[in-house]
Design a protein around this ligand. Sequence first.
Ligand SMILES: Cc1cc2nc3c(=O)[nH]c(=O)nc-3n(C[C@H](O)[C@H](O)[C@H](O)COP(=O)(O)OP(=O)(O)OC[C@H]3O[C@@H](n4cnc5c(N)ncnc54)[C@H](O)[C@@H]3O)c2cc1C
Ligand SMILES: O=C([O-])CC(=O)C(=O)O
Length: 319
Amino acid sequence: VCVAETLPECSVTVLAEKFSPDTTSDGAAGILLPMEFPDISIKRQHEWFKNTFDHLLAIAFSSQASEAGVFLISGYQVFKDLPSEKTPFWADVVLGFRYMTDQELKRFPDHKFGQAFTTLKCECQSYLPWLQKRLLAAGGQVLQAKVSDLQELALDFNAIFNCSGLGSLSLLPDQCVYPVRGQIMHLHAPWLKHFTRDGDGSTYIYPGVSSVTAGGTRQQGDWRLELDNQDAEGILERCRRLEPSLKSARVTGHWVGLRPARETLRLERDELKIQGRVVPLVHNYGHGGCGVSVSWGTALNASGLLHAALGEKMLHARL
Ligand SMILES: Cc1cc2nc3c(=O)[nH]c(=O)nc-3n(C[C@H](O)[C@H](O)[C@H](O)COP(=O)(O)OP(=O)(O)OC[C@H]3O[C@@H](n4cnc5c(N)ncnc54)[C@H](O)[C@@H]3O)c2cc1C
Ligand SMILES: O=C([O-])CC(=O)C(=O)O
């Protein structure tokens, strides 16, 4: 969508083995909260998050908000131990960031420190079909297929974006890519409006449009997509400790997804050479546990890289 809208001279085909509702993104809690990637400047990560937040905030404030599944949500992130940085790099992007007061912290006896802020929730089961409509409206098309050879693909296209997430492990192949298994459950608890997240990333409660997402697990290198009952019990127990009112919440579903993790996110220009042609290839994968949070920002960055590559190509053609 980003390419189709920002580089209208390009005709865009989205080629994927799986589409919504069968992707990892579909099951994500969809909270906008970035993690920190090593070896990437904070300035660049701040820009990715800010561009995503501002883009989605405009959607949340528009008449499209309900169909797109994007809305504001306020809540707490609480810490058992003082974090190394009490004010994270994204504090000025979310709305109304502040430290929790002693009065607010009182209900979390295991926690010493907390942050209160308003962020966005982007429910991908609504957002992805809405994005697909936006793509078609911008003249793009979608095609269901598994790509096994980028070189072969380059025969049919003038430029390629590789956004294959965990698929890059076999497609490139990139051995730095690995799964981080995440299990969550959906609860019926319509009285909850505020989110709560443990700063260690182990436990979170995110109220949504039709259910509350309760998580989670972060199992590195674990490829199991089956539900693990022990994990489910652990999630419920930890969430109830944070939010005792969940004792009376009904469990309405479970979901397991594999975060496409990497030592660090890969967003860079590459190229393929085929039959005397140079085909720009832009990698944009390895978003781990924050692919929704930096989705639009990384897409804008990737589109910019393609724009630069096409500009250089035109210059060469003229010389
Ligand atoms: C439990 C859980 C909770 C999460 N919560 C959040 C959250 O609250 N906020 C947040 O920001 N992030 C969250 N995430 C992380 C987020 O889901 C991921 O970062 C994001 O989904 C990654 O998006 P992606 O497009 O890179 O990968 P995917 O959604 O996995 O999409 C990859 C696409 O590439 C296609 N593909 C791969 N290989 C090939 C191939 N060879 N040929 C053709 N197509 C191919 C796939 O079919 C798919 O369409 C969560 C993840 C989990 C598991
Ligand atoms: O950690 C969170 O708050 C939600 C999330 O992004 C994940 O589970 O990957």
